[in-house]
Design a protein around this ligand. Structure first.
Ligand code: FDA
Ligand code: NAD
Length: 434
């Protein structure tokens, strides 16, 4: 059995891995010290592209166009960059066993990778309908979207089923972004989700009403308050229909499912401390085990601003936690110290001509401002969340870069609010005056 040893190993080759590699190089890395082990066959890339530009009917994004770190305006790290820097990219390689006691990661072929320091960056996997025993959920043309291979299969189906019918199961991030992408590809799209409005993890009823109206105007049908309980397929095993709990049946040539993600931590079960479904870390992304760190989607870290342990499944945190962990590792080696991670949550999405950003925490009372009429030529609106008399979160659709900076600043500074009606009237002007 082959055995190799590295000073640093990053397990997972996604967003966090790429940003961590860049930070290692910035802070000083010797050739041969770092390996990135990834199940995917490609060098780290900006995963958000998969549900957006990758699915465009014309001028679609393709690798090497969106390798990290272009998503944050940084240098694009091509596979050659890793070679030049002496970083070993071990691609198409899945680790099936982790033994923290012997500092070993093991593949199905029994290859062993030993490390001095491990960074766990395995991200999330999709929740499957077959996990809840939905009948017929293994039919052909039922797609999930997490990795580039999934996106390639979806693109092939979109091309094969031109002008066909698509059903989107789930009204979260994937549901809304994929609903738009399939519509742009001229499919007849129906979305199905159980809640009274889309994206209930973040959206208020007022925010959701805008997007649901906008999607309806684009010709997308929305079925709420029910779930898929079964799929029919033809003699080839290709999906033909989605059966809903309320008895309705929707014809389908393609189904896309986005019913949530789950952090990939099974390899480490019983070996590291967990919290809130993730691997528990401190503000330097150290786990309960020395020399083992966790970043990105898998880490449950102290969100200093809210004095609470949280897990964040978004790209901005993947990038920043990766930079923080490398700074922490390198400074510890030098006997120096760095500041604890102090993160301001930032989420965004884009679909059709729309683009929103959210900063902070979506708790407390809400105030909707601006024009959220989906039929307006240039709709622009937002929402403030107010808790204990302070603004703690801000959402803005169609903000300019300057306006988005202003709302980020509000969420960070948490200014007090005396008069809610006044805040509603002021809208974005409130943010400009902070
Ligand atoms: P990430 O998932 O990027 O990488 C994990 C890597 O580990 C993968 O390459 C995986 O194959 C590998 N791996 C896992 N287990 C392994 C094993 N046992 N052995 C070897 N390799 C293993 N966020 C946002 O803020 N805005 C957005 O617009 C989007 N858009 C978006 C679109 C789509 C389609 C998805 C799936 C996700 C988003 N996100 C997003 C979320 C964002 O992409 C996500 O939070 C980050 O990619 C998380 O980065 P990580 O590095 O933690 O995991
Ligand atoms: P999500 O949690 O955003 O949404 C899941 C949706 O599915 C919810 O509306 C949920 O109620 C619904 N649902 C649950 N069970 C259902 C059922 N049986 N039938 C129909 N609907 C059901 O998760 P997602 O959209 O699948 O996204 C997966 C991951 O990818 C998340 O980590 C997300 O953060 C990430 N992502 C982020 C972005 C972004 O930030 N712009 C874009 C794409 C993906």
């Amino acid at each position: 059995m082959a055995e190799r040893h590295f000073k640093y190993v990053i397990l997972g080759g996604g967003v966090a891995a790429g940003y961590a590699a860049r930070e290692f190089v910035k802070l000083g890395l010797k050739a041969g010290e770092l390996a990135i082990i990834s199940k995917e066959a490609v060098a780290p890339y900006e995963r958000p592209a998969l549900s957006k530009g990758y699915l465009f009917p014309q001028g679609a994004a393709r690798l090497p166009g969106f390798h990290v770190c272009v998503g944050s305006g940084g240098e694009r790290l091509l596979p050659e960059w890793y070679t030049e820097k002496g970083i070993e990219l071990i691609l198409g390689t899945e680790i099936v066993k982790a033994d923290i006691a012997s500092k070993s990661l093991i593949t199905a072929a029994n290859e062993i990778f030993k490390y001095d320091t491990l960074i766990i960056a395995t991200g999330s996997t999709v929740i499957r309908l077959s996990d809840f025993g939905v009948e017929g959920a293994n039919a052909n043309n039922i797609f999930y979207l997490r990795e580039i291979d999934d996106a390639d299969k979806l693109v092939a189906a979109i091309n094969a089923k031109k002008d066909g019918k698509a059903v989107i199961v789930g009204g979260g991030y994937i549901g809304l972004e994929l609903g738009a992408a399939l519509k742009i590809n001229n499919l007849d799209v129906t979305m199905v989700y159980p809640e009274p409005w889309c994206m209930p993890r973040l959206f208020t009823a007022g925010i959701a009403a805008f997007y649901e109206g906008y999607y309806a105007n684009k010709g997308i049908k929305i079925v709420k308050g029910t779930v898929a309980v079964g799929f029919d397929s033809d003699a080839n095993g290709d999906v033909t229909a989605v059966r809903l709990k309320d008895g309705r049946v929707l014809e389908a040539d393609i189904v896309v499912v986005g019913v949530g993600g789950r952090p990939l931590i099974t390899l480490f079960k019983g070996q590291v401390e967990e919290e809130k479904g993730g691997i528990k870390t401190d503000g330097f992304f150290r786990t309960s085990i020395p020399d083992v760190y966790a970043v990105g989607d898998v880490a449950t870290f102290p969100l200093k601003l809210y004095n609470e342990q949280r897990r964040v499944e978004h790209v901005d945190h993947a990038r920043k936690s990766a930079e923080q962990v490398v700074k922490a590792i390198k400074s510890a080696e030098e006997g120096a110290s760095i500041e604890e991670y102090d993160y301001l949550p930032y989420f965004y999405s884009r679909a059709f001509d729309l683009s929103w950003q959210f900063y902070g925490d979506n708790v407390g009372d809400t105030v909707l401002f601006g024009d959220n009429d989906p039929t307006s030529v240039k709709p622009k609106f937002g929402t403030y969340w107010i808790k204990d008399g302070k603004v703690v979160g801000v959402f803005l659709e169609s903000g300019t870069p300057e306006e988005n900076k202003l709302i980020a600043n509000v969420a960070k500074l948490q200014p007090p609010v005396q008069d809610i009606e006044q805040l509603e009237k002021e809208g974005l002007a409130f943010a400009s005056n902070i």
